[in-house]
Design a protein. Structure first.
Length: 973
RNA sequence: GCUCGAGUGGCGGAAUUGGUAGACGCGCUGGAUUCAAAAUCCAGUUCUUUCGGGAGUGUGGGUUCGAUUCCCACCUCGAGUACCA
């Protein structure tokens, strides 16, 4: 009976679905284990063979853990909000929900064919109102919270209000906007409700703020950085300008230190932790205040509003990691966008400064970053006062200083910082040297240790560390600054001008945001006629006719119930410009939607208790499953999803909704499977294609050919190619030996490169078990590797051999006789190796181990149940369908399990032996068979007592005996 | 520029608390079977050789009885990140 994989696989996929074999229970005597894949965005293109790689690995691990006696949670779902569905909607008018639904159906069909052990009863979709209801709920919780830097945790905003009314804000140490003014409890009581709300908004963990975005007026939309190429939009090539818009932001920066520290608690790869560390970008240094000098001071005080002058001495604050070099300051540089630039610039310099600011504004941030080499800047004519020498310091502006980092201003120390040095040389500014015995005339000296500071008043003669301490002390004493730790991590903009995302549960009264009461959630996405922004530049939800909130009846009502929507002169909708109609209780709703990462930041918890209508996850379910034990997905989410998800988990923990502080204990990044593209070569300007080896010196244009038209020897199916691309139907082909040979290149697998291999086709031709094992066999899980269908026959042959092992000709033939010693040895060796490999995620080598095992058992003519029955269990995680079929044929009525082999659950059945080479002074003399798990001392004892050893030593005592367990024994004489 | 990772046959890749380098698979060569093909099975396959051997894991050094593995310098490729003060 031959191996009919198609029939077998269909049969068992139906069986698993019908019996809900992989449904996990939320209570069990067994220990729990949670295996999660990064859920996919269901794109229209469907799956290619690269997508399931991580799913196969996690599925093997999940099935393995079940065999080991764990209660395993292994769910799957869809990250179903996103841009492609929306863009498709814009082009075709097809509702994104419909497209998404179709794509999910296709994904599910493809996933099912591969035989995953997902618990589909817990499926989640981020675009499902029953799901995003809770995304909106979490948003409200964030709004109702602030961050206490003293206690290092998020707390309810009501507690902050209490503190304000009892003692004002002077003693509050909170993560907040930087324009907070101090007030007392008395002040607080005199404030109106609106004023109080405006102040609280500066403390909330999600808040409204002006943020700079890339605005494309022609497209009427905001673009992400990667949608801009050379300063114009990728789509259409329209100009893009930097523009400030009111947006929701997440105060993730409050969590910087915890996000950094807790990296030490989790089992992620070092490179991934490193990129999160870089992203958080902690730097320790000092804040230094520079007062304005002479005429500049007068100018600012004269011009400025009275309260600003009286409030405090106008000053420029800078952040520096090297306050010890403060006596090396010879100028300051401000970002062109810095608030003070306009105020301090002298009459003489105004025109030049203005021109420079305009020139930089035109360039996108990305462009500015890419163009590092060009040095540019302008003198403002203004001066600041050095905090210690009291000397004037000229103030320049330059685009090498970024408005978004630190204070948007730097104290320039040309002798210690290369960028300052370059700037100084370019504009011929002085480069005072403050390092003993260092030449700074050619380049800056950035070293810290080993030098002594000179020409620096009270710092002269000190080393870096001493100087650092002393200068911070001095700054604090004189009120010119203080020690400060800065983080690069910025608050995350949370608003998107898109349709296909979660609506904010927010309406506006007098321009102030109000949350919808959670009991009236979900706030469903409204229907719109067009998915593009409105003509007046509002986000797509501005097209909805029913998008106003009736606070009396707590429901969405028609916009007609509102009085009138107003716009500012730029065309922006201003929340404050909206006035309610005689206060009928109907207010405008937020028009932005949430970004893609909103739904994916907490989905791992929803799986624990999917479908709970009352809570995002019940306490019991979360307490039982805790968090994800093993998370597998791509490394492209290193600083996005993985950081945001850690942030939300910490927040929900602080507020008492979760018992854990980290979402993912262990994380593995699977490598990408690349495609092998095929190229045909067309002679420039002619309709003639030349075979690869005939090109020689000819000028040819390579064109992608569909890989399905090329066989394993790189021969092109010419007739097929002509049919595939009708414009080449009349083309001529210059062949070699009658064959047209294509060129090959490894690239990312993509539809546009015609190198996509569909897993459905592989399942059809070779079976899902073959696909699963071959994907594992391709190479190490974490490494990128090209797909090559040719090699698949090796794995397929292995499964055929496995099948044969249980059959004699057409007959199923497994005997109840005892297995031979050789066969037992082979099998136990395999159990040991495979078990170790799985625990180390070396799935590729375990496939090899299976191949060796089957080859050896075949050679031994093993047909004993004693080996073949547990072998089916062992291989089941990799090739579940064939394992189930064989298991059934062996007379078992239940699904494959280790229930019959309790000892297998533990480790492996019996101890294995190994040949130890025994060497003398490095020269190998003989081998000795010893048990693998023997201790070092026992091995040494056994070897020394062996006759052959005694002969070699000939009476003398060895100097040293080196034992490497499982490997070698070396005796040094 | 900085950070991280990787360089092993014709190819994908094994082997790292230092211990028989090239497991396993693809491909290739030869053989068996077959009228023939497919499929299957068996043998061989790092290079070199005067058949005794000799060389060999990107390059050059070092530590060691012993190095693909550890250390130093360099070369190449890949990934991430980027004027972070």
């Amino acid at each position: 009976m031959s191996y009919h994989f198609n029939k077998i696989e269909e049969k068992w996929q139906k069986y698993w679905a019908k019996n809900q074999t992989f449904q996990a229970k939320n209570d069990s005597d067994k220990p729990k284990y949670y295996v999660l894949d990064m859920f996919p965005y269901p794109s229209g293109a469907g799956l290619h063979v690269g997508h399931p790689l991580g799913y196969i690995a996690s599925d093997i691990y999940a099935r393995f853990k079940r065999h080991k006696g764990f209660n395993v949670l292994h769910p799957q779902g869809y990250d179903s909000f996103g841009l492609p569905a929306e863009q498709y909607a814009i082009q075709t008018g097809q509702h994104p929900a419909v497209t998404t639904e179709n794509n999910i159906a296709r994904y599910r069909e493809q996933l099912d064919k591969i035989g995953f052990s997902f618990d589909w009863s817990r499926e989640v979709r981020t675009s499902d109102p029953d799901y995003y209801k809770w995304t909106q709920w979490i948003f409200i919780q964030l709004f109702e919270s602030w961050y206490d830097l003293e206690a290092e945790k998020s707390r309810p905003i009501t507690e902050l209000e209490k503190t304000f009314s009892s003692e004002g804000n002077s003693r509050v140490n909170a993560a907040c906007d930087d324009d907070i003014e101090e007030f007392s409890a008395e002040d607080w009581k005199t404030y109106s409700e609106d004023e109080k709300e405006r102040i609280l908004l500066k403390y909330r963990l999600t808040y409204l703020a002006e943020a700079e975005v890339n605005w494309c007026p022609q497209l009427g939309t905001v673009l992400a950085n990667d949608e801009i190429v050379n300063g114009v939009s990728e789509r259409g090539g329209y100009p893009v300008v930097r523009k400030k818009m009111t947006q929701w932001s997440m105060r993730i920066s409050a969590f910087s230190e915890r996000l950094l520290q807790d990296l030490n608690k989790i089992d992620w790869t070092e490179s991934l932790k490193e990129s999160q560390r870089n992203w958080i970008g902690k730097s320790v240094g000092a804040m230094v205040h520079f007062n304005l000098y002479g005429e500049t001071l007068k100018q600012v005080q004269g011009d400025g509003p009275a309260e600003l002058v009286s409030a405090s001495q106008p000053k420029i604050s800078v952040f520096t990691t090297r306050p010890d070099t403060i006596f090396g300051v010879s100028f300051m540089t401000l970002a062109p966008e810095h608030d003070l630039v306009e105020k301090i610039t002298t009459e003489d310099q105004k025109a030049e400064v203005q021109a420079y600011i305009e020139a930089t504004a035109k360039r996108s941030e990305r462009e500015r970053m890419a163009d590092v080499k060009t040095i540019s800047g302008v003198f403002t004519g203004a001066y600041a006062e050095h905090p210690f020498t009291k000397e004037p310091v000229p103030i320049w502006i330059g685009d090498y200083v970024l408005a978004g980092y630190g204070t948007g201003a730097v104290m320039a120390v040309p002798c210690g910082d290369q960028r300052d040095h370059d700037f100084a040389r370019h504009f011929d500014l002085p480069i005072p040297n403050i390092f003993e015995n260092v030449d700074v005339s050619q380049e800056a000296y950035a070293g810290k240790e080993g030098t002594v500071i000179a020409n620096s008043d009270f710092l002269s003669g000190l080393k870096y560390k001493e100087a650092l301490q002393k200068v911070i002390l001095e700054l604090e004493k004189t009120g010119h600054g203080y020690g400060k730790t800065n983080y690069r991590l910025r608050d995350a903009v949370f608003s998107r001008q898109r349709y296909w995302g979660e609506p904010f549960p927010v309406y506006y009264v007098n321009g102030l945001p109000k949350m919808i009461d959670p009991k009236h959630l979900p706030l469903r996405l409204p229907e719109v006629e067009k998915y593009l922004p409105t003509e007046t530049g509002e986000p797509p939800l501005g097209n909805a006719s029913d998008w106003a909130w009736d606070t009396k009846n707590n429901k969405v009502v028609s916009n007609k119930m509102l009085k009138q929507v107003q716009h500012d002169e730029k065309g922006d909708v201003t929340p404050s410009g909206v006035e309610a109609h005689e206060d009928n209780g109907v207010y405008p709703l937020e028009l932005n939607t949430m970004p893609g990462w909103a739904g994916s930041s907490w989905y791992l918890f929803r799986y624990m208790d999917a479908g709970n209508p009352d809570k995002f996850v019940s306490e019991e379910a979360q307490k039982y499953w805790e968090n994800v034990d093993l998370y597998i997905g791509g490394s492209e989410h290193a600083t996005g999803h993985l950081l945001y998800s850690r942030f939300w988990t910490k927040f929900l923990h602080d507020r008492g909704y979760l018992t854990v502080e980290e979402p993912f204990k262990k994380l593995i990044n699977q490598g990408m499977i690349l495609g092998t593209s095929a190229f045909v070569y067309r002679l420039e300007g002619e309709n003639v294609f030349v075979s690869k080896n005939q090109i020689k010196g000819n000028n040819v244009q390579p064109i992608h050919a569909d890989v399905s038209l090329v066989n394993a020897s790189d021969e092109l199916d010419i007739e097929g190619f002509k049919k595939w691309r009708p414009e080449f139907a009349d083309a001529k082909f210059l062949t070699e030996d009658g064959k047209y040979i294509v060129g090959r290149e490894v690239e990312k697998m993509s539809k546009s490169k015609y190198n996509v291999v569909n897993p459905d086709d592989i399942c059809e031709d070779y079976g899902a078990d073959t696909l699963r094992m071959y994907e594992m066999f391709l190479g190490p899980l974490e490494q990128a590797k090209p797909w090559n269908t040719a090699g698949i026959t090796g794995v397929h042959n292995f499964l055929k051999k496995l099948w044969k092992l249980y059959h004699n000709g057409e007959e199923f033939a497994v005997s109840d006789d005892k297995a031979s010693a050789d066969s037992l040895k082979t099998f136990h060796k395999t159990i040991k190796k495979v078990t170790e490999d799985i625990e180390e995620f070396s799935f590729n080598t375990s496939v090899s181990t299976f191949m060796i095992c089957v080859n050896e058992l075949t050679a031994q003519r093993c047909n004993s149940r004693e080996v073949l029955e547990p072998l089916a269990v062992l291989i089941a995680p990799y090739a579940p369908h064939i394992a189930e079929e064989l298991w059934e044929k062996l007379g078992n009525s239940e699904s494959v399990s280790t229930a019959k082999y309790p000892e297998y659950q533990e480790k492996y059945l019996v101890e294995s032996k190994k040949n130890y080479p025994v060497s003398f002074n490095g020269k190998m003399r003989f081998t000795m068979e010893l048990p693998l798990d023997m201790s070092k001392d026992e091995i040494e004892k056994n070897v020394l007592e062996d006759e052959r050893t005694k002969n070699q030593l000939d009476g003398s005592t060895p100097k040293k005996v080196i034992v490497v367990p499982g490997k070698i024994v070396n005796i040094v004489v």
